[in-house]
Design a protein around this ligand. Structure first.
Ligand code: FRU
Length: 485
């Protein structure tokens, strides 16, 4: 099928029920479909949106285009949870049904205000000449889940191009602040633009956030500010970032900076540190983080990248979300850990210590290992009998390197951006790995969250061998994970 512009932006009401039901069946029946991570019900999903705590529960939305594996007319689909693992699908919440969001209810955030959930997002509007206006929209969600009272708050000021989106709503004292991804007209550089309001109706631009860094490529998407262990962490996606400024290998990266604090009024970070790549693996983008009322900082990411095709495009669905991670800071770096409730998904616990862990791991498990110091080897996952195919984790605890290699998997993704990703390890130390596999998604937590390597992989689901390439001194546990989604 050819995805013409008309087709991508066809109103939802013009699609027939049978087409949608067929697409749902295709996504549900795919061997690559995730079973304990949020994934599309049909079509394509991308950014997590509106990650928040409201009415005693966690809420989360994602960007959705339900009619195919393309970036078409976007809406928000709503989920809620008590434990950040088991999510209930509450269906379509923000529809592209007003003039201001006629070409997509784009990304944004949410915050409980006076017993309602305030949503702030970008309305993507295009006129008959396809000229885009990015409207920043406020809307209210009641406890019944209905989104009402959409209001245009502001649009791009004169010095900012049409690339102005993804507001995060924040509060300090009695003032609301919003940060947005922006591109300036003069130099076409990426920025985070800071705005303020006392009443959520009248908004004033304060200026670009001074992060003490070099130019951030040509655009920044999805900026977030979250407080972690007494520091301010800024997570954002610079596009076109010079690789001399920070190391990354994906087409675009998700980066973070840790600062002592933020001065919103003067739009600057206090004592900002260096730029770091948030995830050392593949395919992580548009991470959204927030502080829950208990002060804890949580994040969730899109596992998928803009301008990238994936093998499931052939099955008319694409992408998924990561698991939720809790954030901490240690030695000036962000620590990302699984939330406790992930343990509730365990079944069939098995102690493991042999070279061949199992021939039949399936593709839905957690594997937790401690590998003794000063060893080298390869851990094969989703492998065939002779270990020539599947995923590989190459570790060298003597020289302090860990490499995730997806070059031997069945179907490749973005080979031009490399088929391996690596991270440094503390030399001559034990290596702790906590690995989550969900059919076509792998998440590797290294040394209690000092690094995370995420990635999509596409392997024959019959290849379920889990083994080291040689005898290795280690101990560990393997659990099957319950299907919850
Ligand atoms: C990031 C992004 C956002 C935008 C949304 C549209 O992936 O491009 O900047 O709001 O996706 O779906």
């Amino acid at each position: 099928m050819e995805w013409t512009r008309e087709k991508r932006y066809l109103p939802y009401s013009k699609w027939d029920a049978e087409t949608l039901l067929d697409l749902q069946a295709e996504a549900a029946n795919s061997p690559y479909q995730m079973h304990y991570h949020l994934h599309p019900i049909s079509g394509l999903i991308n950014d997590p949106n509106g990650f928040s705590y409201f009415n005693g529960e966690y809420h989360l939305f994602y960007q959705s285009y339900p009619f195919g594996a393309v970036h078409g007319l976007k809406s928000w689909v709503h989920f809620k949870s008590n434990d950040l693992v088991h999510w209930i699908n509450l269906g379509l919440a923000v529809k592209p049904d007003s003039k201001a969001d006629s070409h997509g209810a784009y990304s944004g955030s949410a915050r409980e205000i006076d017993g309602k959930l305030f949503l702030m997002y970008t309305g993507n509007h295009r006129d008959e000449n396809w000229v885009r206006t990015p409207y920043q929209i406020g809307a209210w969600m009641d406890k019944d889940g209905k989104v009402k009272d959409k209001t245009i708050l502001f649009k791009n000021p004169k010095h900012i191009t049409e690339h102005f989106r993804d507001p995060q709503i924040l509060k300090q004292g009695d003032t609301y602040y919003a940060i947005l991804g922006a591109q300036d007209k003069a130099e076409k550089h990426g920025h985070i633009d800071v705005w303020k309001s006392k009443d959520l109706k009248n908004w004033e631009e304060l200026g670009f956030l001074d992060m003490g860094t070099d130019p951030m490529g040509y655009m920044i998407e999805c900026p977030n500010i979250v407080r972690v262990d007494g520091h301010v962490v800024v997570i954002f996606c610079p596009q076109g970032l010079d690789k001399k400024i920070a190391k990354y290998e994906d087409i675009y990266s998700d980066m973070y900076i840790i600062a002592d604090d933020i001065d919103f009024e003067n739009h600057k970070l206090i004592n900002p540190g260096k730029l770091h790549n948030l995830d050392k693996g593949f395919d992580v983008y548009a991470t959204q983080a927030f502080n829950a009322p208990d002060g804890k900082a949580y994040e969730i990411s899109w596992v998928g990248l803009p301008d990238t095709t994936y093998p499931t495009d052939d099955e008319n669905w694409a992408n998924c979300l990561s698991q939720v991670k809790e954030l901490a800071i240690k030695n000036g770096k962000l620590i990302q850990r699984s939330v406790k409730a992930m343990n509730d998904l365990h079944t069939d616990e098995k102690e493991v210590s042999d070279q061949v862990i199992t021939e039949k791991a399936g593709q839905q498990y957690e594997l937790k290992l401690t590998i003794k110091a000063n060893q080298k080897g390869k851990l094969h996952l989703a492998a065939n009998a002779d270990l020539t195919g599947g995923l590989q984790i190459n570790f060298d605890t003597e020289n302090g390197k860990l490499i995730l290699d997806r070059s031997k998997t069945d179907r490749q993704v973005s080979v031009d951006y490399g088929e391996t990703r690596e991270t440094d390890l503390t030399k001559n130390s034990d290596l702790k790995l906590d690995i989550f596999v969900d059919h076509s998604l792998i998440e590797i937590f290294v040394n209690d969250g000092e690094a995370v390597l995420t990635g999509r992989y596409f392997e024959d689901q019959a290849n379920t061998k889990l083994a080291f390439d040689q005898p290795v001194d280690y101990s560990g546990k393997l659990w099957q994970m319950k299907t919850i989604l």
